[in-house]
Design a protein around this ligand. Structure first.
Ligand code: SR1
Length: 324
């Protein structure tokens, strides 16, 4: 394999192997994350082997072991269950492999932790919810505990409710069972039917928002509901901008940019160059009214309109060509 001119070892010679081991099987966020990681790896001459997740902790452990056996120099772990991963991750570290964890807290100072500033993300979209609906409303909430980003967003939701007693959570639902939107819709439909006074839903994953939107359509209540989410994709933008869509705002990073940043962080670590142990990628707030105002139809158009969404300053170095 050709090396990267001007790069430190081992990138100067090329042929560096790395692995990306996922936990969640589907959804726009994870597809875009993987694609950004692959493009950044290609630009660095890294042979990045992707192990797709199936929401199966035992399988994810096995895949990390396989990556160790393949002789990779770095492993990126994308979500997962910390307790199931700690010992196999330690094995990788002991073998001299650099480990980057995205959205799974491995509580190990040797692991580079990447997240999306979830506090800011949830804070921004919930501030929009208050701007649109005031400080008193009946809410539905979509949540599954045990996923680091959802838990961090949950902390903001709990703080918001504590500070605003007029915000009442009437029902809660959520599942990560694939396909998530249909599984969530099956839960949201009876919850919304039983609580016709719910006017706002906090659904902090775009797959949750899609499922809730499906349920609202099924119940014929799209016009009286407002959904606030996390994440964005071109398909999400289409759904948000549909006539009478209840999905009115989201806060998001560009997942391709996040995927690329994890690969750059891994590359810096492999090259023995300084890299922060905690990396947070900043989100932006995206409202339907802004999408309409600027006639934004795709993630690419969003990146052009909001430069902070289209790039990240994380894990840069003069020898690293940025790609995502
Ligand atoms: C089940 S966790 C889903 C979240 O992971 C990523 O952080 C995305 O932002 C998504 O919302």
């Amino acid at each position: 394999a050709a090396g990267l001119k001007g790069a430190p070892a081992p990138f100067d010679k090329g042929g560096v192997k790395a692995a990306l081991v996922g936990y969640i099987s589907g959804g726009d966020f994870f597809r875009a994350f993987d694609s950004g990681a692959q493009k950044q790896a290609k630009a660095l001459g890294i042979d990045l082997r992707t192990f797709p997740g199936k929401e199966d902790a035992a399988l994810q452990r096995e895949q990390i072991q396989q990556a160790i056996n393949l002789g990779v120099k770095a492993i990126i772990i994308d979500h997962g269950q910390p307790e199931a991963l700690k010992d196999v991750v330690q094995k990788a570290l002991d073998a001299g492999i650099k480990v980057v964890a995205f959205d799974v807290n491995l509580n190990n100072p040797k692991v580079i932790q990447v997240e999306q500033s979830d506090k800011e993300l949830a804070g921004a979209v919930l501030a929009q919810a208050i701007k649109d609906n005031g400080k008193a409303f009946k809410a539905g909430y979509v949540y599954v505990p045990g996923f680091a980003p959802l838990d961090r967003r949950d902390a903001v939701w709990r703080e918001l409710k504590a500070a605003n007693p007029g915000i009442v959570e009437k029902a809660r639902w959520g599942t990560v069972a694939a396909p998530v939107p249909t599984s969530v819709a099956a839960q949201a439909t009876p919850a919304l039917r039983a609580n016709p006074d719910i006017t706002v839903v906090f659904a902090p994953w775009d797959e949750f928002a899609r499922g809730t939107k499906l349920a609202a359509k099924e119940l014929g209540i799209s016009k009286k509901l407002r959904i606030y989410s996390a994440d964005v994709s071109t398909a999400d933008i289409r759904e948000i901008r549909e006539p009478d869509s209840p999905w009115v705002a989201t806060a998001a990073t560009n997942p391709a940019v996040v995927g690329a940043a994890t690969v750059r962080a891994a590359a810096l670590a492999v090259a023995g160059q300084p890299v922060p142990q905690q990396i947070a990628i900043k989100p932006v707030l995206i409202t339907r009214s802004d999408l309409d105002k600027y006639n934004i139809k795709t993630v690419e158009e969003l990146s052009a309109r909001l430069p902070a969404f289209g790039r990240s300053d994380a894990a840069l170095a003069p020898w690293i060509p940025v790609a995502h």
